[in-house]
Design a protein around this ligand. Sequence first.
Ligand code: NAP
Length: 486
Amino acid sequence: MICVSIKARTSEEAAGLLRRAKAEGAHVAEVRADLIPRPDLSKILADKPLPVIVTARPKWEGGDWSGDETSRILLLNEAGRGGADYIDLEYKAYKELPDISSKVIVSYHDFGHVPANLAATARKMELLKPHAIKIACRANSTRDVLELAKLSTGPGALRSVIAMGEWGEPLRILYGKRGGLMTYACFDEESATAPGQVSLRDLVELYAADRIDDDTRVYGVVGNPVRQSRGPALWNRAFRRLGWNSAYVRVPLDDPSSLRDAIQTFDLSGVSVTVPHKQAVIERLDEVDATADRIGAVNTIVRRDGRLVGSNTDWLGALQAIREGCERAFGSESVAGKKCLLIGAGGTGRAILYGLMSAGAEVVVTNRDWDRASDLAQEFGAKPIPLEAVEQVVDPDIIVNATRVGMAPHEAESLVPRSLLGAGQVCFDAVYTPAETRFLREAAEAGAEIVPGRRMFVLQAAAQFKLFTGEDVPAEMLDEWERLAG
Ligand code: NAP
């Protein structure tokens, strides 16, 4: 179930937000009576369009209720009489539950961290025999989230376990995978009542979170940070279009040592790997295919019969994007024998060099750090050139930027001198935010055929889709992906 937390300034506004919650797909709403000055619960609950939890969270539990305990209980009793379906009571305040006509949710909040003895606390909360227990703690790491996820079910009452803060997003979405009772949503960031709440719209429309269960095939992107990933927008749209019971989530991963546990805990069938873990995950896998091994980086992990197998689709996406540019510029997608200038010797530079060399291109590699350029060129049989001497490269057919220059904070910069740019040339920038970099803008002005980084992004994701699911992304979906990625 998806429960939206109602943060209102008046009782009228709260009643209106209950109607909005219902209309936007929530199953339950939680009215935070402590946030409403002089709440009129009979007015709020009179025509409630969906089941309602009422709570008056005291200041000592992170809420705003500053009145005394007697008036708080009176208010909650009034809520019960007024038709509240559930009353949320704080575990710390009760040795036994007061006599309230509604179902009781016993809750525990820690806005600082995940305490060590939480499993024991959860069992003690269940001894009060409530309808459900709610545990919400601030997660400060991936490990914290995994610990919380493992508490999502217990032998006693139903449970809602929430990992607050940016690390907790996967549990907020995948609560159903872990057998949890419900997740708490906000309408938008401004109306959030706890850090890291996912919006109701995203839970309903993007993730279809209420339909995620044991049978759902879940995929995710791991990285740090991973907030900026466009993956959920692309993948979940494709799953909806295909009518599959699948979901794709962001899993912030601080330490690759938590990778296997994260995959198991969230039952991930496939994982996209992004910065900074593409190299570090390798030693955590059971197998790495020959190409990823040669490139030295993994951006795709597939779980096959319980084994984790690493692959690389970055090189495929980049090569295919460059080939498409060649088809437009030269009438043939072949890069064999084409003179290429590759700028960048990081993870993406390596993958692109592998692709270009295996397709028969003649590549000159340059990089800010000369040793990296020289080592990389030697490893793959390309020619290194110092960045300062790049203007000496004669008439390159293809120019590739595989550095961070072009994205923030280097949006105003380009490593490609204008003198190298011209018509009859393909210019590809791996950078995809912003969509148009200075390099690509200047290349287009010089008459070159340009290939934006989002094309690589979409094509590497399509190759990943095939590895994850065994099926091709529908062709019309690729166009939509490109719009969403831009
Ligand atoms: P990386 O491994 O950290 O390598 C960074 C590269 O950028 C190195 O060559 C580095 O040179 C260079 N660099 C960074 N700052 C620079 C500066 N101020 N001046 C000159 N060179 C600079 O990163 P990566 O994973 O290869 O990513 C590189 C780019 O590719 C990023 O912009 C990323 O967003 C993009 N990318 C795109 C896709 C896609 O699907 N389109 C996929 C993956 C990555 P040094 O060796 O001298 O430090």
